[in-house]
Design a protein around this ligand. Sequence first.
Ligand SMILES: [Zn+2]
Length: 276
Amino acid sequence: MKNSLKEHERVIRILDKLSKAPPRVLILEGGDLFDREKIAKYWCMLFSCKGHIKPCVECKNCVDILNNRFPDVIWLDGKDKSIQKKEVEVIQREKDLMPRYGRFKITVFNEAQNLTISSANSLLKWLEEPRDKNLFVLLVPYRLYLLPTIQSRGFILTLKWKSPVKNDLHRDEVIEQLIGFWKTGKGLFKITQKKMDRDLVRLVVFALQQALFDSVSQGEGGVLNEFFASRISKKNLWNLTYFTDHALYMLMSNVSPSTTLEWLALHFYVALSSKY
Ligand SMILES: [Zn+2]
């Protein structure tokens, strides 16, 4: 298994060390979906493997973890749908939260960006309970997808990124159209009439957040940075940052990506047009 994870050698080394005193909440970001799943399984095996060199990937426990049928590892998946509050609470209420075979009972939230707001809040409550035999793993493309209150409770490890977010053609196209709309007040319909992908809108929001941050900290330039630098006052910076946060909440709450983008575009337009 270590061979197939060779490109993530650094993270694997850290996990091996961490397993001696594991953090309650581990957040894995970066890589791709496949890598994150593999590494989460590696982490779970470290605590239940019966082999000599852990994880052996051959003992019954390891094989069961690989096949998602090990009783001490609960896998909540946000891959195809959002993770509902009920699902989180059902597991949380289980009396049998003590591990049966390994050292810990581990709950993995795959694609944890698809926790709804209410399930994220249930998770937060759960994290506050002192249950030292429970560990949590949250898998996300990017840590910002998680509520800040969850991020701050986790030990975050970043896997090597697969596709540099910097050059995303679709994202850049949407950004150019947004700037056009903010400058002229025209063309909003052109942007939002297309069916938007949730991940694409997230990327756009992250780019806005990054550019807002750079415009006050003089980060490297880009079309957005230049545009913001000429339009932003300290007073509306706070509002704009709030709008981007709110847009991420909308996406988490299952508001449609097009509606979210439209909301964001309009609020930015009004804030950027008003004279302080
Ligand atoms: Zn094993």
